[in-house]
Design a protein around this ligand. Structure first.
Ligand code: NAD
Ligand code: ZN
Ligand code: ZN
Length: 361
């Protein structure tokens, strides 16, 4: 029997989100219905609402979640009802050209549920990143469910489903950061702060946090930043160079995703250093750089989709590190909120009041 549950939708470009009744079908072959326990509010949800990702309204928002598998469809072997899982937006297909070449973290044909969730009148919903977890229950592909140790609370575990994994992976997987390296992270919201925590975990020698908000810099310090730079009042490139013997950082992560922050990242790295763009730009943004500088600086300019993670490899590992006290996921949870409070959480994100608001169901 399809189930009617409460969910948060973005009805139209720029319009406030609404809590409404959605219909979740029974799981078909390869699918699972998950009872959502917690779902973080990520900046990407706001991008969806503002039409920055696509025009397939209405969107069912929420994509950074953990919960318990309620039911599975035919042929599902990955999980069984009762499993505690983190939802991922990289259920790898095993068949595409990336998967076949042994690079499944780039999978170009990731799996989502085949059936749509709908409004009560039958209108099909587009689930944000194929998840849609600001909802009491959601329908996903079973491969989107990654089983982890249930000793971790859902509020912390869910964060690995997007922002924390994206930021930590941007530094460690995409940036290839290792012991003794220097890193600067521009923008220390949920994603950038996770890059800081990841850099600390990886043994970086210098971890430079950059933000326009002093509160974010304070949190970055507690997560392992060795230097902080207030971008609202200082020359970011100059300060990063000053903190790295005049040379620039080995890796600079842009966790904002604007032309001006990208240029800062580009010029604040050492020769042969790496820029990692993890912040998501919007369609009107363009970038102009002297080609000679692109050549002269050398190194690599990379983008990081979901921290180049492989959920089956990374989620259980990072949950284990959390349970050992080595990855302070709880510090990312600024507040827990109800499912009706997502719009207010967007306001708090804008005003910089939170690292993560987490909806608890
Ligand atoms: N690539 C991916 O796979 C992926 C995954 C999740 C999120 N994201 C993207 O990452 C970005 C960050 O997400 P978030 O949830 O951390 O957002 P957030 O709003 O919590 O954090 C953004 C931070 O950037 C700071 N900031 C804004 N302008 C700045 C500037 N000019 N200089 C320095 N700091 C500045 C803000 O003060 C804030 O602390 C978003 O664009 C989001 O869509 C990407
Ligand atoms: Zn694939
Ligand atoms: Zn996200």
């Amino acid at each position: 029997m399809p189930q009617a549950v409460q969910g948060v939708i973005a009805p139209a470009k720029g319009a406030a989100v609404e809590l409404t009744t959605i219909v979740v079908p029974d799981p078909g072959p390869g699918e699972a219905v998950v009872q959502v326990q917690a779902c973080g509010v990520c900046h990407t949800d706001l991008h969806y609402r503002e039409g920055g990702i696509g025009e397939d309204f209405p969107y069912l928002l929420g994509h950074e979640a953990a919960g318990v598998v309620e039911a599975v469809g035919d042929g599902v072997t990955e999980v069984v009802p009762g499993d505690f899982v983190i939802l991922n937006w990289r259920a790898v297909c095993g068949q595409c050209r990336a998967c076949r070449r042994g690079r499944p973290w780039y999978c170009f044909d990731t799996l989502n549920a085949a059936q749509p969730m709908t409004l009560e009148d039958g209108t099909q919903l587009s689930a944000a990143l194929g998840i849609g977890a600001f909802a009491e229950k959601t329908l996903v592909h079973a491969g989107q469910c990654t089983k982890v140790d249930p000793a971790a609370p859902a509020t912390a575990a869910g964060l690995l489903g997007c922002g924390v994994m994206a930021g930590l992976g941007a530094a460690v997987n995409t940036g290839g950061l290792s012991r003794g390296d220097s890193i600067a992270v521009i923008g220390c919201g949920g994603v950038g702060a996770a890059a800081i925590a990841g850099a600390h975990l990886a043994g970086a020698a210098k971890v430079i946090a950059v933000d326009i908000d002093a509160r974010k810099l304070e949190t970055a310090r507690s997560l392992g930043a060795t230097h902080t730079i207030d971008a609202s009042s200082s020359d970011v490139v100059k300060e990063i160079k000053a903190a790295t013997g005049g040379f620039g950082a080995d890796v600079v992560v842009d966790a904002v995703g604007r032309p001006e922050t990208y240029k800062q990242a580009f010029y604040a790295r050492d020769l042969a250093g790496t820029v990692v763009l993890v912040g998501v730009p919007t369609p009107e943004m363009t970038l102009e750089l002297p080609l000679q500088h692109v050549f002269g600086k050398g190194g690599s300019l990379k983008s990081s989709w979901y921290g180049d993670c492989l959920p089956s490899r990374d989620f259980p590992l990072l949950i284990d590190l959390y349970l050992q006290g080595r990855l302070p996921l709880d510090e990312f949870v600024s507040e827990t909120i109800g499912i009706g409070d997502v719009e207010a959480a967007f306001d708090k994100m804008h005003s910089g009041d939170v690292l993560r608001s987490v909806v608890v169901l």
